[in-house]
Design a protein around this ligand. Structure first.
Ligand SMILES: *[C@@H]1O[C@H](CO)[C@@H](O)[C@H](O)[C@H]1NC(C)=O
Length: 218
């Protein structure tokens, strides 16, 4: 009976939990705010392109927030767009242009430019720019954002996987006198690609040992 109840519950509420192992994350970013919910591309599609929402440097008294949002553009294996995902966002600035891998290729790694904590008297901006890597090219795509901060270490999905979603750490609006930082950090979700993106077929990686009677003797 208990087993049936557990089974019924599992079927009624399809799991939205992703394995922590399937997220990539580089250490060293600032950590103000709350992690948003994971948003993933529809099943069978992956992120080919990304775009940042950036508040450009303003020279007046108002504080700078730099990156406010990251948007991933999803495509299925047939190359058709299947939507976009952002996780949490803040609303300042504007979208600054799409950076895309070639058709048929997908994103599989990232590197965040992060400004460390500036202390209580200086304007903090947290995330400032983003580089992302395509599986089939060695160079990265860079959305330049703003100048502050330095690049963290890049992180990459495992072999045969591509970026398929994200969760963002975003500081909510701090009001008139607070120091706003908006987006602080990101974790990208990796999913198994439908075919091997590194030029080998999946089957070639699996070697089936030939059965032999000697195996049983060892
Ligand atoms: C992103 O997706 C939303 C629906 O979730 C859609 O309304 C919006 O137009 C999309 N934006 C872009 C730039 O594709």
């Amino acid at each position: 009976m208990l087993l049936l109840a557990v089974l019924a519950l599992a079927l009624a509420a399809p799991s939205l939990a992703y394995s922590p192992d399937d997220f990539i994350h580089s250490l060293g970013a600032t950590f103000l705010g709350f992690w948003g919910a994971t948003e993933a591309c529809p099943v069978g599609s992956y992120a080919r392109a990304f775009e940042l929402k950036v508040e450009k440097q303003h020279w007046g008294v108002d504080d700078d927030t730099s990156v406010n949002a990251i948007r991933l553009y999803c495509y299925n294996a047939a190359g058709e767009p299947t939507g976009n995902v952002t996780s949490s966002t803040m609303n300042r600035g504007s979208w600054t242009g799409v950076y895309s891998c070639d058709e048929g290729d997908y994103l599989y790694g990232y590197n965040l430019k992060s400004q460390p904590d500036q202390g209580s008297l200086t304007d903090d901006t947290a995330a400032n720019a983003l580089r992302m890597y395509c599986r089939q090219t060695s160079d990265y795509l860079e959305s330049p954002g703003n100048k502050w901060g330095s690049w963290l270490e890049p992180s990459f999905c495992r072999s045969g996987m591509g970026v398929c979603g994200l969760m963002t750490l975003v500081e909510e609006d701090q009001g008139t006198f607070g120091d706003d930082t908006a987006l602080n950090d990101v974790r990208f979700l990796c999913c198994d690609l439908p075919y091997n993106q590194e030029g080998r077929t999946r089957m070639a990686q699996v070697s089936i040992p030939a059965a032999s009677s000697e195996d049983h003797l060892q």
